[in-house]
Design a protein around this ligand. Structure first.
Ligand code: HAM
Length: 448
């Protein structure tokens, strides 16, 4: 029999503790920001009936990317490729009971059968933030603000840009300015969506292959130009969807965050369910100039379950692109900085004494509401080996428990970062640790 591989399935990741630390850090920041805006966390099942996606999501996802299975009861089930249909189902189920506005977020793992590449995997975690039950303009404005707040929560006050468009405007451009037929719209829409990646020449060639005339190609190419918005403004005149976008941009300006947003008529987004504002957030770093995350407004998803229509708006932010953004913009803190205490005994008879001291220390930290890991040694060792083990385990400080120390009731402690040594009862050691570690943390914040 051939040996089993230790590699995870293609396009998925093992999260060893060093990676889990980063994922937890990213999502703890996210939770903090969202809770400040009054968003509540929800979750749903990994498996949903296949039809939930077949009905409304994107063709690419359903035909090429869905993982599905037939369960033992012959039901065709899909592994969730996105969260929005589950969210719409959950909202529809309790539509009349839920207090409004509904402000919810979730961080599910999602599955798509993709060709793995930078920023794209087969399993990723995706923050979903959505709001229902308010005025469209106020909701769109809030979602835009939340995006900025999330980025600020990571220390990013610039270096990214939110590009806004509106499905109603795109529809007008397609139907009224380009005179496209119903059959042509999704095909040309997909090409426009992929245009930035394929380059202008290939875009033009593909449009010609789809039977677009020279003037249609020129207009479509002009949507990708920097001054597209200004040129379109004249042609769009009093289009109500365009007016909505203009008002939104004006409010964002008034809130002082306008420079982070701009109207971009080439933003498409792949999902069929979007009906209003759509947005895509871009990293502006020259080495990572790509889409980070996106979303939009959907008016008919909740109504699909038979109840009254309840429009919603939101976005999905993936952990893979977010981590790339934070790394390239140097916004990830050092999560492996030495932290916590390692309580080690020198000989076997002091095992229990060391355990009791560790217990006391944990209680003292818990009472002070401070999270400090207190690790114990699982075998006796010589001091040199104890230091080496403590360092490998990422501890900051070592407490030694030897026979004489137990008799005296006072224990030597050494901080491996500052080199400081102390001897004391557990209460004194805890205070000393807190003072040293906290002044180090303060130094990290205010330091050079
Ligand atoms: P989406 O554009 O398909 O939208 O995904 C949102 C984000 O999730 C992407 O911009 C990217 O950050 C991340 N993402 C998606 N697919 C992958 C992948 N294969 N590997 C890594 N990251 C990925 C949606 O899913 C919408 N349901 C979002 C939404 C929520 N719209 C309204 N509310």
């Amino acid at each position: 029999m051939s040996q089993l591989s230790t590699q995870p399935y293609k396009g998925t990741r093992d999260f060893y503790p060093v990676d889990m630390r980063v994922r937890n850090w990213m999502f703890s920041r996210v939770r903090r920001t969202l809770k400040a805006y009054g968003y509540e966390e929800y979750d749903g099942p990994m498996l949903e009936p296949f039809e939930l996606y077949a009905a409304k999501t994107s063709e690419e996802i359903v035909n090429e990317q869905l993982y599905w299975l037939v369960d033992r009861g012959e039901r065709k089930m899909a592994v969730r490729p996105e969260m929005t249909p589950t969210l719409a189902r959950m909202v529809a189920q309790k539509q009349n009971e839920l207090p409004r506005p509904i402000r919810w977020f979730s961080i599910p793992n999602l599955w798509r059968y993709e060709r793995p590449q930078r920023g794209r995997l087969r399993e990723h975690w995706q923050l979903n933030v959505d709001v229902f039950g308010g005025d469209a303009l106020a909701e769109d404005l809030e979602i835009c603000q939340v995006i900025v707040a999330l980025m600020e929560g990571f220390g990013a006050v610039s270096g990214f840009e939110v590009r806004l468009n509106h499905r109603g405007v795109t529809d007008y451009v397609f139907r009224e300015l380009l005179k496209l037929t119903d059959a042509q719209i999704p095909v040309i829409g997909r090409l426009l969506d992929a245009a930035a990646k394929m380059g202008m020449d290939a875009f033009g060639e593909n449009l010609a292959k789809e039977g677009m005339s020279a003037s249609q190609i020129e207009l479509l190419k002009s949507l990708l130009q920097k001054d597209a918005a200004d040129r379109l403004r004249k042609q769009l005149g009093d289009n109500p969807h365009f007016a909505h976008l203009a008002r939104l941009l004006q409010r964002l300006d008034e809130l002082g965050i306008g420079p982070l947003f701009r109207y971009d008529p080439s933003i498409m987004r792949g999902f069929m369910y979007y009906t209003g504002m759509v947005l895509e957030v871009y990293d502006l770093h020259p080495d990572n100039n790509r889409a980070l995350f996106g979303g939009g407004r959907y008016d008919n998803l909740v109504g699909m379950f038979g109840g009254k229509p309840l429009p919603g708006v939101g976005f999905g932010m993936g952990d893979v692109t977010l981590r790339n953004f934070l790394e390239i913009n140097k916004l990830l803190p050092n999560l492996s900085a030495p932290n916590g205490l390692y309580v080690a005994h020198l000989d076997e008879p002091q095992l229990l004494d060391a355990q009791k001291i560790a217990l006391q220390l944990r209680k003292l930290f818990a009472n002070a509401s401070i999270e400090v890991p207190v690790l114990t040694a699982l075998s006796p060792d010589k001091p040199k080996k104890i230091f080496a083990t403590a360092e490998k385990l990422g501890a900051r400080t070592v407490v030694f428990v030897g026979g004489d120390d137990v008799k005296a009731g006072r224990y030597p402690m050494k901080d491996m970062v500052t080199g400081e040594q102390t001897t004391g009862v557990p209460g004194e050691l805890a205070i000393k640790y807190m003072t040293v570690a906290m002044s180090a943390a303060a130094g990290a914040i205010h330091g050079p």
